[in-house]
Design a protein around this ligand. Structure first.
Ligand SMILES: Nc1ncnc2c1ncn2[C@@H]1O[C@H](COP(=O)(O)OP(=O)(O)OP(=O)(O)O)[C@@H](O)[C@H]1O
Length: 308
């Protein structure tokens, strides 16, 4: 089944357009929603969760329409399918960890006893067993992030929408959070939409990535596809009849991306082109290649180029 289908979804706040014409079709799995601050990630998650409606466009999550029906108990059907971890500190002071997570369970429509039972289970899974009877406001930042994740998991939804789950964490806390999120996907079969501005978070956890900037989808695909697409760059330094050689390369479909004016070029090559192809063509022209190195664009460079 498709995880998310969006058809020309836009969202405005007054005169400001936070999301513009977002059309997406995403399979189940672990998906990174990657974009700089203000890109529209939180707005998109809130629309998927049904917290705010789109201004225009339609969509489905696991086949349930956005803004769709309520069940007999008056709960949005969509909300049962989704666990949402907001970026903002949504903790309720005065409650212990277990009370807080159980309350979230009741808000998702679970009977109280079941919500409490699940709260204990989920807190143990997230390594908060010891802390579960302490007040949430006394938790460290890492614990607060985990208890927010716990409340998203309490009703055992198939889909998790996580808004910047590593926000504010130190490297060890970040690693721990990413490990937990990945395990929820790999070991427990949850689909995860992980919103972040950190490419490394996406690379650690996700199979696919949607890059969003200025309220628009800029790229979408598997993380591997995005990498592969950029294995076509070389840096080449030549000696001899450079101009004729360069013209020949361009005629063969090589793109000159940069020329430092001292005989070093940065080029993009067509498919099937190898190191050997350079040497063969150079030899035929009487040109000497003094150095030839692959010059892959890193995913980080790709991301920056995409969003700027
Ligand atoms: N309720 C609102 N009223 C007015 N503007 C809003 C509202 N919510 C979001 N925006 C604006 O929409 C844009 C996108 O915000 P959004 O929070 O979706 O971005 P984001 O990608 O999640 O970034 P961040 O990581 O900084 O939260 C921002 O310019 C923000 O100021």
């Amino acid at each position: 089944m498709s995880l998310i289908e969006l058809n020309a979804v836009s969202r405005t706040f007054g005169a400001f357009t936070a999301l513009r014409d977002v059309t997406l079709s995403l399979p189940e799995g672990r998906i990174g929603l990657l974009g700089p601050n203000g890109a529209g990630k939180s707005t998109l998650l809130k629309i998927l969760m049904g917290l705010i409606p789109p201004s225009s466009g339609t969509g489905r999550v696991l086949n349930e329409p956005l803004g769709g029906d309520r069940d007999a108990a008056g709960n949005w059907r969509l909300r049962r399918l989704i666990g949402f971890m907001p970026e903002a500190d949504a903790l309720v002071p005065g409650l212990t960890g277990v009370e807080y997570v159980a309350l979230a369970g009741e808000l998702y429509g679970m009977p109280r006893r079941e919500a409490t039972r699940r709260a204990h289970e989920v807190l143990s899974y997230l390594e908060l067993e010891e802390a579960r009877y302490r007040l949430v406001e006394e938790y460290s930042l890492g614990m607060k992030q985990r208890v927010k994740l716990a409340q998203a998991l309490v009703h055992d939804p198939p889909v998790l929408l996580l808004d910047e789950p590593t926000s504010g964490l130190d490297p060890a806390g970040r690693d721990a959070m990413l490990r937990l999120v990945k395990a929820l996907g790999v070991d427990h079969g949850k689909s995860v939409l992980l919103s972040t501005h950190l490419l490394a978070d996406v690379e650690t956890v996700c199979e696919r990535v949607v890059i969003i900037a200025g309220g628009q989808v800029r790229r979408e695909g598997t993380v591997a596809e995005l990498r592969d697409r950029h294995r076509d760059r070389f840096r080449v330094r030549v000696q001899g009849e450079a101009a004729a050689f360069r013209a020949e390369l361009e005629a063969a479909g090589v793109k000159l991306l940069a020329d430092n004016g001292e005989g070093e070029w940065r080029v993009g090559v067509p498919q099937g082109w190898s190191n050997l192809t350079f040497f063969q063509r150079a030899a035929a022209r009487g040109v000497v290649i003094r150095s030839l190195v692959r010059d892959e664009e890193t995913l980080e460079e790709l991301f920056l180029r995409t969003v700027i």
